[in-house]
Design a protein around this ligand. Sequence first.
Ligand SMILES: NC(=O)C1=CN([C@@H]2O[C@H](COP(=O)(O)OP(=O)(O)OC[C@H]3O[C@@H](n4cnc5c(N)ncnc54)[C@H](O)[C@@H]3O)[C@@H](O)[C@H]2O)C=CC1
Ligand SMILES: [Mg+2]
Length: 352
Amino acid sequence: MSLYCGIACTRRNLWCSRLLSTYVTKTRYLFELKEDDDACKKAQQTGAFYLFHNLAPLLQTADRRYTIPRFSLLEVERLLHKFGQDAQRVEDSVLIGCSELHEAWFALDLGLNSSFSIHASLPRSEVETELKGSFTELRKALFQLNSMDSSLLFTAQALLRWHDGHQFCSKSGQPTKKNIAGSKRVCPSNNIIYYPQMAPVVITLVSDGTRCLLARQKSFPKGLYSALAGFCDIGENVEEAVQREVAEEVGLEVESMQYSASQHWPFPNSSLMIACHAAVKPGQTEIQVNLRELEAAAWFSYEEIATALSRKGPYIQQQNETFPLSLPPKLAIAHQLIKEWLEKQTGASLSA
Ligand SMILES: NC(=O)C1=CN([C@@H]2O[C@H](COP(=O)(O)OP(=O)(O)OC[C@H]3O[C@@H](n4cnc5c(N)ncnc54)[C@H](O)[C@@H]3O)[C@@H](O)[C@H]2O)C=CC1
Ligand SMILES: [Mg+2]
């Protein structure tokens, strides 16, 4: 909230109050929908639905880019009816946001078919034909989505996945019940409330002053290197997690660190990525790779990073089976960290 205020206030006071009030009313509206089942059901009547199948969003293609079709409640009900299901399935949907004019947005998965759900999975390809789109793995669509669309789909997928995996109370073993918005699940036998969770992860770009350190895991596409990432241990603060992860993964001691930004990342489960820059002492730069975690790690120069960032297309395989350095996609916060580091080296600002 203060971010919106801060950005706007530096430009024009009038604009500031307008922007803030739109933001505040939207936030309060979403809060009401999460707290009040009846209000949320009412919002579904005029809302828009994004459809998924086994966590893959329905996308359409236009001009080599993906667009995300949205459906009214009536259209969703008609679709369900056509495939022999009743409108009750809409109750599986989750609230993922709303427009400035308070059109509520929901996500519904037509493929998830949990062990005790009364709703069977809808046939994927028949639904695709009916809706003239295709259910596409979110990771594959990453390069063709703009940041607003991807952020909405990230939220939707994470929330749908969380509900799918938290259908039973871990204390009583009884089925839990979601509220209409999907902001929580409650166990009817003991009233324990479960809230969707994200795991905090630190992601650190280590620098020695002139070079930055990148690493790769075996599972990464060939040639791809990224910043060091690791889950926070219980009881750790961000600084401790950064120091431990850098020591654990590459055997170096961090001397100073600086917070950069954060990002929700849905793969493979929901993480809150906390991105930092860190520096090691000059002269203490010898990498000792932890091979249980990483396949390789290395220092990269300004020129190497600048060349990799300017390369078009993410992963280019060369004839002789050698792979040039490639970096995470623009949407990943690791990309932002690397770009920031490059800008700091020259004091220049790179275009997006
Ligand atoms: N958005 C971005 O720019 C980037 C995101 N990431 C994400 O960061 C996450 C963490 O990176 P890694 O290097 O894999 O972490 P990591 O270095 O902590 O290693 C993963 C291992 O940590 C353990 N672990 C501890 N707590 C865990 C938890 N809550 N969930 C899962 N495993 C846990 C497991 O043994 C797992 O095999 C990954 O999910 C990855 O997708 C990684 C790089 C870039
Ligand atoms: Mg790691």
